[in-house]
Design a protein around this ligand. Structure first.
Ligand code: NAD
Ligand code: UDP
Ligand code: UDP
Length: 342
């Protein structure tokens, strides 16, 4: 059929939704699942700015319409309220699969997380297979568990408790990686896997319980910053624009991965509290709280693989990045307080 793109031939094909090749070749059509969330909304901004057509699928579980409201009315942007656990039929070139609650506070208290990782990823891979789209999974450094290797390389298989409070997330993402490789090997789907390390920036949920958002909100509200355990555990914090650049570089590359995407700058939680204090309020205080179960003691990415093969490395240090999220947090906290009549 003249003008019909073979890529979209499918077992479900019924002649609807044929795509003129001329239109498709000019710009990409991209699905971002979880696109109303923290990372997803920044990714969507970059793709729209590049000139792509973007469809966001999100059930607003931890995401917010406010994160993408500035795009409403843009003819290249579409928002679908949908749970990825249910199948969906679309025609696109690329799928960035981010949908999954990412904060321990959310995923530990919910039974939907594992299901989202398994059934959600399966559905998006089934979609990719049917339409010949390229699929990128946002996996996590949590696949390394409480690592016995430091820093972590992609070759490390991890140290994960399969029945612990974090396992729905850790094992969910490990299963999602397995499914991704199965669909690649078994069905020829073009796949990409990113293992994302702790990321922060504007639009994080104020109350999502992750350490950077907690400390920043607490310092702005003049509450003590809650340090769990002795505060000597480490994490490596990446600014969100660096991550988004890495995700796009990976999607556009010829490499499957997995790739660690993170900032190798490593901080103890006490050091992080100190940087937040310097950035927001020199009089900020800390209070110690009991740590949570199975908390990884240390985490730091080895990013040599991404540097070599994707020509990617983060540009923004923690001291440069933190001030960039403070205005956004201040404004939202102010609005919340006004909403309460305070
Ligand atoms: P987030 O919670 O802000 O975003 C997740 C989005 O997915 C939200 O908009 C949420 O509503 C949506 N969602 C959740 N379950 C869904 C479902 N069943 N169907 C449809 N939508 C659903 O989290 P984030 O920090 O933006 O994380 C995005 C992705 O990156 C996640 O897959 C996460 O595992 C991964 N990741 C993030 C970090 C980080 O530090 N931010 C670290 C490692 C991995
Ligand atoms: N799927 C989907 N959209 C599609 C194609 C498939 O949501 O366009 C879902 C489908 O419902 C199934 C999953 O993806 O649950 C895996 O699809 P696949 O074709 O690989 O498996 P099968 O349907 O053969 O079991
Ligand atoms: N943490 C903390 N205070 C908080 C929230 C978290 O000290 O208010 C600690 C937590 O125990 C962990 C680290 O900060 O050691 C990172 O936690 P987060 O939930 O941000 O991410 P993850 O554990 O997934 O790396």
């Amino acid at each position: 059929v003249v003008g019909y793109d073979e890529n979209y031939r499918s077992k479900y094909h019924n002649g609807v939704g044929r795509v003129p090749v001329g239109i498709r070749s000019k710009r990409k059509r991209i699905v971002v699942t979880g696109g109303a969330g923290f990372v997803g909304s920044h990714l969507v901004d970059k793709l729209i700015a590049r000139g792509d057509d973007v469809i966001v699928i999100d059930n607003f579980f931890t995401g917010r319409k406010e994160n993408v409201v500035h795009l409403s009315g843009n003819p290249r942007f579409e928002l679908i309220r949908h749970d990825v656990v249910e199948p969906i039929l679309l025609e696109v070139d690329q799928i960035y699969h981010l949908a999954c609650p990412a904060s321990p506070v959310h995923y530990k208290s919910l039974t939907h997380n594992y299901k989202t990782n398994v059934m959600g990823t399966l559905n998006m891979l089934g979609l990719a297979k049917r339409i010949g789209a390229r699929f990128l999974l946002t996996s996590t450094s949590e696949v390394y568990g409480d690592p016995l290797e430091h820093p972590q390389k992609e070759t490390y298989w991890g140290h994960v408790n399969p029945i612990g409070v974090r396992s729905c997330y850790d094992e969910g993402k490990r299963t999602a990686e397995t499914l991704t490789m199965d669909y690649h090997r078994g069905a020829g789907v073009e796949v990409r896997i990113a293992r994302i390390f702790n990321t922060y920036g504007p639009r994080m949920c104020l109350d999502d319980g992750r350490v950077v958002s907690n400390f920043v909100s607490q310092a702005i509200r003049k509450h003590p910053m809650t340090v769990y355990g002795d505060g000597k555990q480490t994490r490596s914090f990446q600014y969100v624009s660096d991550l988004v650049d890495g995700l796009v570089a990976l999607m556009e590359s010829e490499h499957i991965g997995p790739f660690n995407l993170g900032n190798p700058g490593e901080f103890t939680m006490l050091e992080l509290a100190e940087v937040v204090k310097e950035t927001i309020d020199p009089s900020a205080t800390i209070e110690f709280k009991e740590n949570t179960a199975d908390d990884p003691h240390k985490r730091k990415p080895d990013i040599s693989k991404a540097k070599d093969l994707l020509n990617w490395e983060p540009k923004i240090s923690l001291r440069e990045g933190l001030p960039l999220m403070v205005n956004d947090f201040r404004n939202r906290i102010l609005n919340e307080d006004e909403g309460k009549g305070n």
